[in-house]
Design a protein around this ligand. Structure first.
Ligand code: FA5
Ligand code: MG
Length: 387
């Protein structure tokens, strides 16, 4: 709205997503109902999932191929829906209870009290159902305040899948509607993992989501650990009924695209997806799934410990926001390594921060400066007492 005819704006302060113009001032505000930092705004509009040569875009297209080949009724694809959504879309429409942790300012980026950066692509289920969609895939960037390690990043990409069934479909099978949808769902996702990976070590885990029942998560064995790659389940009747699908049944899933791409291309750290380093970007090309990422010389991490007495309002997500704000992608991991309460009832936490660049080696001086800045901000913004 501040844009004048023919005036030149710095490239990153105004962007357009899915036909919506977004100004930085409308997203990052100095206001207690806003908790979006600059470094998050800078990721808005990058849309890695729409780049055909980027691992996330290559993966999206491979999932599209699977659905095109295996389903006679076509899935409608959306990959340009605006990530700025209402609290209603992100939470109420998918039955997230009023007191659920995911609604807190500690977990979600709020633009104002009614508007968030979507924390999952499920935010679009209800509106698409109301539009009459019955088979659809929604790919997009999603945003969460979260921990720092090789498989968590505050901006990542999900693909939502949604499929509605009519009574004739489950009646023919002899199963009840829920069992039928759950069976079809697992068949679909097991087929997808075979399509992407061939053989891979995986397991189903029971899960909980407010919008599905039963609910499941799929884990894949990667880097010597079980890694959660997707959540899914049979859609709650209430969502179908409220959005014009009475007497139907449905399944839904949400894929974590970075996690799946890490397995597919053997990418060891989630920060790499944001790298512009040609030694990363040049290793991938459209349509090629067989490529394994070759790390360009691995630089050593540097560990710094920090101890402080916490207070009642302390949260790990707030600490991680500060570390990301200061160190950006040089922060590799933030780990609680010691935790005790003294006789007076004061609790001390010790965190170990790993600093490492994916692209170059860092100097001692540089790391000391980062750690110093983190300490300063932790003290002033979190009101904790450093030890
Ligand atoms: C959801 O977001 C649900 N909306 C998924 C869903 C859709 C369930 C439809 C049922 C029906 P969850 O919070 O578990 O679920 O996130 C889904 C996936 O996103 C995870 O399995 C994981 O692969 C990925 N993910 C979650 N947090 C992060 C993160 N910080 N960084 C990278 N990937 C993440
Ligand atoms: Mg989960």
């Amino acid at each position: 709205k501040k844009l004048q005819k023919n005036s030149r704006q710095p490239v990153m302060s105004v962007l357009e997503i899915g036909g919506t113009k977004i100004c930085k001032d409308d997203v990052v505000k100095d206001d207690p109902t806003n908790n979006v930092p600059d470094n998050i705004f800078s990721k808005l509009g990058l849309q890695l999932h729409r780049r055909d040569q980027h691992p996330i875009g290559i993966l999206k297209n491979a999932v599209y191929d699977y659905f095109n080949k295996n389903y006679s009724s076509e899935f409608t694809k959306f990959d340009d829906l605006c990530p700025i959504v209402s609290v209603k879309q992100n939470f109420d429409d998918v039955l997230v209870p009023a007191d659920h942790v995911s609604r807190s300012y500690n977990d979600t980026y709020y633009i104002d009290a009614q508007t968030v950066l979507r924390c999952h692509t499920s935010a679009h289920q209800a509106e698409l159902l109301r539009m009459g969609q019955t088979h659809f895939l929604v790919t997009g960037d999603v945003y969460r305040r979260d921990s720092i390690d090789s498989t968590h990043y505050p901006v990542f990409h999900q693909m939502e899948g949604f499929r509605v069934f009519t009574p004739d479909e489950w009646e023919q099978s002899g199963m009840d509607n829920t069992t039928y949808a759950a069976t079809e769902l697992k068949k679909c996702l097991e087929g997808l993992t075979r399509h992407l990976f061939g053989a891979v070590e995986m397991r189903w885990v029971d899960a909980y989501f407010p919008f599905t029942s039963p609910s499941f998560e799929l884990e894949i064995y990667f880097q010597e650990k079980w890694m959660e790659v997707l959540g899914c389940g049979v859609v709650e009747q209430e969502i179908l009924k409220k959005n014009g699908r009475v007497n139907n049944s449905a399944w839904a899933f949400g894929l974590g695209l970075e996690r799946l791409a890490m397995v597919l291309f053997d990418i060891p750290d989630i920060r790499l997806f944001w790298s512009n380093d040609e030694r990363f970007t040049s290793q991938f090309s459209g349509g090629q799934l067989g490529v394994k990422f070759k790390p360009f010389s691995k630089f050593p991490p540097c560990y710094k410990d920090m101890s402080f007495w916490i207070n009642d309002s302390f949260t790990e997500n707030n600490l991680c926001e500060i570390v990301r704000g200061v160190a950006g992608d040089l922060a590799e991991e933030v780990q609680l390594i010691d935790n005790f309460t003294n006789k007076k009832g004061m609790t001390s936490h010790c965190y170990r921060i790993a600093y490492r660049s994916m692209e170059r080696s860092l100097t001692d001086e540089e790391i000391n400066q980062l750690q110093w800045n983190v300490r300063e901000e932790v003290q002033s913004k979190l009101n904790v007492v450093l030890r």
